[in-house]
Design a binder for this molecule. Structure first.
Ligand SMILES: Nc1ncnc2c1ncn2[C@@H]1O[C@H](COP(=O)(O)OP(=O)(O)OP(=O)(O)O)[C@@H](O)[C@H]1O
Ligand SMILES: [Mg+2]
Length: 297
C-alpha cells in the first residue's frame, strides 16, 4: 500500500476495528510555533488482526494512538472505531510504556479498579481480576503493591488490567520498551499467547523492527516530520510464532533487513535527527535492491 492509498482490506469489506482516512493533526506550542504531527494518514486495523506502527521517534505514533482512543481529535480526516466515532471506554484497552499503575493499590486492586466501569458484582470483579492475574502468571503477587514488583511484573499487571475488561481493541504504546531484553522477549511471547485466546484487534507501537515482525500481521511504517504512512507490509510468518525459531526463518531475515534499512534511511533523512545525513557505517544493513520476499504491498 502506498502512502495515502486506501488499504486493500477496505475494498474487500473485511470488518474494520479501526479506520483512519486522511487524518492530519498539528500542535501549537506555547511560543506559537506549529508542529505537524500527522499528515494525511490512512490506515486500518481489521477485526482480529495485530497491526503495528513502526517508526522513528517523533513520527506521531503516540498521537495516532490517542486519536484512536478518542483522547484527542484530528484536525481533519475520518476516524472510526467499529464504525463509530472513537471514545474512551472499556471497549478500548490501553497499555503504556510507563505502566501507570496506581501505587497505593495492590496488583489485584489495580486490575479490579479497571473493571469498575463494567456492570459486574464485586465478587465477579474479584474473580475476573484474579483470573487475568493468573493468565499473566502473577497469582502469587496479587496482594503486592507496584513498588514491590519488578518492571516486567508491573507490565504484566498493566497487561492483565487492560485485558481483564476484554476490550474489542487493544492499543499498546511501546509497552515493553523499558523492560530488559530477555524479559521483553518473554513478554512478547506472553502477549502472543494471550492474544491468541481472544484475538481482539491490536494497534501496537514500537521502534523495534524485531518486535514488530515477531508480533504483527501487518506493519505500518511511519516517517517523521510530518508523521505519515510510508509503507505497509504484511508479515507472512506462520503462527503460533513461539512454536518455532521465527528469527531464523528466511522471510523474517529478509523483512528485518528491509525494514532496518528503511528505518535507518528515515532517520538519516530527518533534519531534526542528530544522525541527519550521516553516512551509514555498515554495508550489512544496506537497502536491498529488490522488494522484500514477504508479501509487501
Ligand atoms: N501535546 C503536544 N503539544 C505539542 N506538540 C506535541 C504534543 N504531542 C506531540 N507533539 C509533537 O508531535 C510530534 C509527534 O509526537 P508523538 O509523541 O506522537 O511522536 P512518537 O512517534 O510517539 O515519538 P516517540 O517514539 O519518541 O514516542 C512530536 O514532534 C511532538 O513534539
Ligand atoms: Mg510515543
Amino acid at each position: 500500500m502506498s502512502a495515502g492509498g486506501l488499504p486493500r482490506d477496505t475494498a474487500a469489506s473485511v470488518a474494520q476495528a479501526v479506520l483512519l482516512e486522511g487524518v492530519s493533526k498539528s500542535f501549537r506550542s506555547g511560543k506559537g510555533s506549529r508542529t505537524e504531527a500527522l499528515r494525511d494518514v490512512t490506515l486500518s486495523v481489521p477485526e482480529g488482526k495485530f497491526v503495528t506502527l513502526l517508526g522513528p521517534s517523533g513520527c506521531g505514533k503516540t498521537t495516532l494512538l490517542r486519536i484512536v482512543d478518542g483522547l484527542i481529535a484530528p484536525d481533519i480526516g475520518r476516524v472510526e472505531v467499529y464504525g463509530s466515532a472513537p471514545r474512551p471506554g472499556p471497549d478500548i484497552g490501553l497499555v503504556f510504556q510507563s505502566f501507570r499503575l496506581i501505587p497505593w493499590l495492590t496488583a489485584q486492586a489495580n486490575v479490579e479498579f479497571a473493571l469498575r466501569s463494567l456492570a459486574l458484582s464485586r465478587p465477579d470483579r474479584q474473580a475476573q481480576a484474579h483470573e487475568y492475574l493468573g493468565l499473566v502468571g502473577l497469582t502469587g503477587f496479587a496482594q503486592a503493591y507496584p513498588a514491590e514488583l519488578s518492571g516486567g511484573m508491573k507490565q504484566r499487571v498493566a497487561l492483565a488490567r487492560a485485558l481483564a475488561c476484554e476490550p474489542r481493541i487493544l492499543l499498546m504504546d511501546e509497552p515493553f520498551a523499558s523492560i530488559d531484553a530477555q524479559t521483553r522477549e518473554l513478554m512478547q511471547v506472553e502477549l502472543m499467547r494471550l492474544w491468541a485466546r481472544r484475538k481482539s484487534a491490536v494497534l501496537f507501537v514500537t521502534h523495534s523492527v524485531d518486535e514488530a515482525i515477531v508480533l504483527s500481521d501487518q506493519i505500518v511504517l511511519l516517517g517523521p516530520r510530518p508523521g505519515r504512512v510510508v509503507e505497509s507490509l504484511d508479515v507472512d510468518l506462520d503462527r503460533p510464532r513461539w512454536a518455532y525459531d521465527t528469527r531464523s526463518d528466511a522471510r523474517y531475515v529478509e523483512l528485518r533487513r528491509y525494514l532496518s534499512a528503511r528505518m535507518r534511511d528515515l532517520v538519516l533523512a530527518d533534519p531534526q535527527s542528530e544522525f541527519f545525513q550521516r553516512e551509514p557505517t555498515s554495508t550489512e544493513t544496506a537497502a536491498p535492491e529488490n522488494e522484500p520476499t514477504a508479501s509487501g504491498r
